[in-house]
Write a protein that binds this ligand. Structure first.
Ligand code: GDP
Ligand code: MG
Length: 424
């Protein structure tokens, strides 16, 4: 059985915790898109881990963790991450990497940084992990798959051709130092030696696992609204964040994905630039930020403060539909316990016209949130494991959202720890 765990919104919905929870009963966990630019937080008996590239099943010794072909693999950062997970006390790190996975080249981070520098105030708010240059090169067919590192003659020849154009850009557009073929080649050989023990034909392995009836989890990064096609283009990420892409990025037949578990947070947060209709600002935002997540809403990779907002039913329903949700998990309900009143965005006002349909980006810019106010519950709800035991206001809040988003909320998470969860 293949289950995808993906985000409904702008990312950081708490997918890490939910993947970790489901990973316990899974044989294989696969990352199928994105790269080292996002962070998933999991808290378990070994402690707290901010994972960037490693799949969230990495703390279990019975799960095989796969970095699929759709991922942008940053080899040195992956090595560091493996070391830090081991240093955190995890005895066995079972990780495999697809031989078709493409490599974050040493110059991709440079190009990301230079381009954001050039754009200055129009920058995308990139994490400067090299993701956009990486995927541009992948689709321009000047990227490098891991398997290409094993034929040195071919590799040097291709690298020479690719660096020719890279150097033209570095010199003439960014006015920066150029790249040396021998140096980059040597770095790639180092990368190859580092990654070698983990590389295999993961597609074959996964297909066999499906035949044997194994339980497989696909772990998404970011959320629907950051999808390059269906999100808030151009303020999106560079690889598809949708469960459907899991078939491509993990090498699985689309019809095998039986369960699409979409994660959404009880309030909104976003990083980077881009449309965010229900956003709040100033002290109100700071208060929500400090109450959010397990230690405030600050980026797991970058540490930067996340933008905050009320739960957005319009964006979330759209995000859930884009994923094709079979179930929804609502996380971080406990983070709202401090509020006397909770606002929820139920529609958008486009110059006087009210809509519940999430519009395209140029229209989104003109949307104002239509908010309803609900009473808060003002008490600690962490660790409650039965829905009926929640204060009535909290139950009403969840039921209200469920109705607005039009999908079944099967779990409510009310704390960052694994056991802080309500199954409905
Ligand atoms: P991801 O990128 O979707 O995996 O989410 P992140 O891990 O980046 O951000 C979610 C944050 O919320 C992390 O700090 C989690 O530890 C935390 N978190 C997840 N679920 C809950 C919850 O139910 N309650 C609280 N208080 N924090 C949660
Ligand atoms: Mg995150």
């Amino acid at each position: 059985m293949v289950r995808a765990i993906v985000g409904a919104n702008w990312g950081d919905e708490g997918k890490g915790k939910i993947t970790d929870m489901f990973a316990e009963q899974s044989d294989i966990v696969i990352r199928f898109q994105g790269g080292a630019n996002a962070g998933h937080t999991i808290i378990n008996n070994y402690g707290k881990f901010a994972l960037h590239q490693l799949p969230s099943g990495v703390c279990f010794d019975h799960t095989t963790n796969i970095i699929g072909n759709g991922v942008a693999i940053d080899i040195p950062r992956l090595m560091k991450e493996i070391e830090s997970v081991k240093a955190g006390g995890v005895p066995e790190v079972n990780i495999l990497v697809s031989e078709r996975c493409q490599i974050m080249m040493p110059y991709h981070v440079l190009f990301d940084t230079y381009e954001e520098e050039r754009l200055a105030k129009n920058a995308f708010g990139s994490t400067k992990s090299g993701i956009a240059p990486f995927y541009s090169d992948k689709y321009a067919k000047i990227g490098f798959q891991i398997c290409e590192l094993f034929d040195e003659e071919y590799l040097k020849d291709k690298l020479t051709r690719v660096l020719e154009v890279k150097n033209l850009i570095l010199e003439n557009i960014y006015h920066k130092p150029t790249l040396d073929v021998e140096e980059v080649f040597a770095t790639l050989i180092e990368y190859r030696e580092m990654i070698k023990p983990y590389v295999c034909n993961t597609t074959k392995l996964v297909r066999e696992a499906i035949k044997e009836g194994k339980t497989i989890l696909l772990e998404g990064q970011l959320g629907s609204l950051k999808d390059p096609d269906h999100g808030i283009y151009p303020m999106v990420t560079s690889s598809s964040t949708l469960a459907g892409y899991g078939a491509v990025g993990a090498g699985i037949p689309p019809y095998e994905i039986k369960d699409i578990c979409v994660v959404s947070k009880a309030y909104s947060s976003a990083v980077g630039a881009g449309e965010f209709v229900s956003e709040i600002f100033g002290d109100e935002a700071q208060e929500m930020r400090l109450h959010g997540g397990d230690a405030g809403e600050f980026g797991a990779t970058t540490g930067r403060p996340r933008r905050m907002g009320w739960f957005d039913c319009v964006a979330t329903r759209y995000g859930i539909e884009a994923q094709g949700a079979t179930q929804v998990v609502l996380t971080a309900l406990d983070c709202l316990s401090y509020l006397d009143e909770i606002k929820v965005c139920v529609a958008y006002d486009i110059n006087g016209e009210i809509t519940k349909d999430f519009p395209v980006t140029p229209v989104l810019k003109h949307c104002k949130p239509v908010l309803v106010t609900m009473p808060g519950w003002k008490c600690n709800i962490r660790g409650i494991t039965e829905f009926d035991k929640l204060p009535k206001e909290a139950q009403d809040y969840v039921n209200f959202i469920e109705k607005e988003i039009g999908a079944k909320i099967t779990y409510v998470s009310n704390g960052p720890k694994r056991e802080e969860i309500i199954k409905r």
